[in-house]
Design a protein around this ligand. Structure first.
Ligand code: SF4
Ligand code: SF4
Length: 453
């Protein structure tokens, strides 16, 4: 009887107030007057760790210089690629654009410190606001280097003029060697491939007609390969080397290599790209590492390295001949000279997402120090290849953005701390930026780069 009363009393008290764990022990459950509140477990270790990170002065950077502002300007695209893995809006109500107030007011403190602006996914050329925005940047912040990625469909004469006036680095996602392949692997719609080709060719003509170094800004191109078009790697590279393109990127359809192991078809495409890069070294960059279809890049590089270079030269003799007068160093030098003449920021432009910095005796990825990847709804990350775990809206205060708070929030600080310790949480395993470059090698390359450029 007594024991029963005791239990009853205990139960009653518990319903008035108690703190316990949820069944999975992942939450604390607080009971107040019978009401159960589930809250995140108070983990002292985590609290102390976060406190230390937030008070570590070496992780504070204020508002950094040389920012890369990579943004999905609009959440809409005028193409419908079968392999697209971005959440591109299909419905009218989803076609968000980064709010005007952000672009023309909140971002103003960033522009003087921005060296690279990258409109990417959706398609900035598909909306008039995109043209107006880049004209505004061209006029008021001409020092910013604009890297524009386009599917080329709406890259008309007006865009071509703006891009060449601004010395934009333009990248055309061409994705096929002819109309048939375009329909099979990209989009069935008639006429699209021809429009892209027309716009691409016109842009090259405009740059060549201007001369005086403008021709060094001939766009880079890319193609997504899969189990249907895997045999066209060589043809694709040949077509664009013949038009004077110096940077050609081979991507691989992610839907395929995530579902299956690297089959012999993708393997063949991947090895062909590595071989072409080796044969064309110093003349054309055939980029095969971004979104490589394997984490074992080095294994495939070793396979290609073991091959006799003369045999490879023979295999690709027609492309080598087309590339005879091409020289990557000359191209970079010309670009650099013209950028300087036109008042552009001249910091080393290693790439849109790939930024290295020296730390100790080697390099580390620099993105948590200076990279912003933004979507129109405010979702933000320090890299296009890592998850969006932050939203810019939480930093809007008194009708402005507190940028110091943004760059020094827990998310960015924690990544800086981790990267310094070679802990690349949330990173792609095959990311080229994970490769440590010894300090001396990095300086040698950069010195050369600076001298060349
Ligand atoms: S062009 Fe780019 S953004 Fe548009 S559908 Fe294709 S992959 Fe997606
Ligand atoms: S290391 Fe991580 S942050 Fe850096 S580029 Fe690669 S995926 Fe992005």
């Amino acid at each position: 009887m007594r024991a029963g009363l005791k239990n009853h009393l205990k139960k009653t008290v518990k319903t008035i107030f108690s703190i316990g764990n949820s069944c999975d022990k992942r939450h604390k459950v607080i009971t107040i007057l019978g009401l159960k509140l589930k809250i995140n477990r108070l983990n002292l270790k985590t609290i102390i760790e976060e406190y230390k990170i937030m008070h570590d002065k070496s992780l504070y950077i204020g508002i950094p210089d040389n920012i890369t502002l990579q943004m999905s300007f609009n959440n809409y695209c005028n193409c419908k690629c079968k392999f697209c893995f971005e959440d591109i809006a299909q419905k009218k109500e989803d076609k968000q654009i980064i709010p005007e107030k952000w672009l023309y007011k909140y971002f103003l403190p960033l522009y003087p410190k921005t060296s690279i602006l990258v409109p990417t996914y959706g398609e900035i050329t598909a909306c008039k606001e995109g043209y107006e925005y880049l004209s505004f940047i061209d006029k008021n912040y001409h020092h910013i280097n604009i890297f524009i990625e386009t599917n080329g469909i709406a890259f008309d004469e007006k865009w071509a003029q703006l891009a060449s006036d601004n010395l934009m680095s333009v990248h055309f996602s061409i994705n096929a060697t002819n109309n048939d392949y375009f329909k099979k692997t990209v989009w069935e719609k008639d006429g699209v491939y021809d429009v892209i080709q027309k716009n691409f060719n016109r842009y090259i003509e405009i740059l060549r007609a201007r001369g005086g170094g403008f021709e060094s800004f001939i766009p880079s191109v890319s193609c997504v390969f899969n189990n249907i078009n895997y045999e066209t790697v060589k043809e694709f590279v040949k077509q664009y080397v013949s038009r004077g393109v110096h940077v050609i990127t081979c991507y691989y359809d992610q839907h395929e290599f995530f579902c299956t192991s690297l089959g012999y078809k993708l393997e063949e495409a991947f090895i062909t790209a590595i071989e072409l890069n080796r044969v064309l070294q110093g003349k054309v960059l055939v980029n095969y590492k971004i979104y490589a279809p394997t984490n074992d890049i080095e294994k495939y590089e070793a396979i290609v390295d073991a091959k006799d270079i003369n045999v490879l030269k023979e295999k690709y003799a027609d492309i080598l001949e087309l590339a005879n007068d091409m020289n990557l160093d000359d191209i970079f030098k010309k670009q650099r000279e013209l950028r300087k003449e036109k008042g552009k920021n001249l910091e080393p432009l290693m790439g849109i997402t790939f930024h290295q910095a020296i730390y100790g005796d080697h390099t580390i990825c620099h993105n948590p120090w200076s990279h912003i990847r933004l979507r129109p709804n405010g979702d933000v990350a320090y890299c296009a290849w890592s998850p969006y775990l932050l939203n810019l809206k939480s930093f809007i205060k008194k009708d402005n953005i507190n940028w110091k708070e943004f760059f020094n929030c827990l998310y960015y600080r924690r990544a800086r701390k981790n990267f310094k310790n070679d802990c690349y949480e949330n990173c792609r395993q095959s990311c080229p930026a994970l490769r440590r470059i010894p300090k001396e090698d990095y300086i040698a390359v950069n010195k050369e780069y600076r001298e060349i450029l």
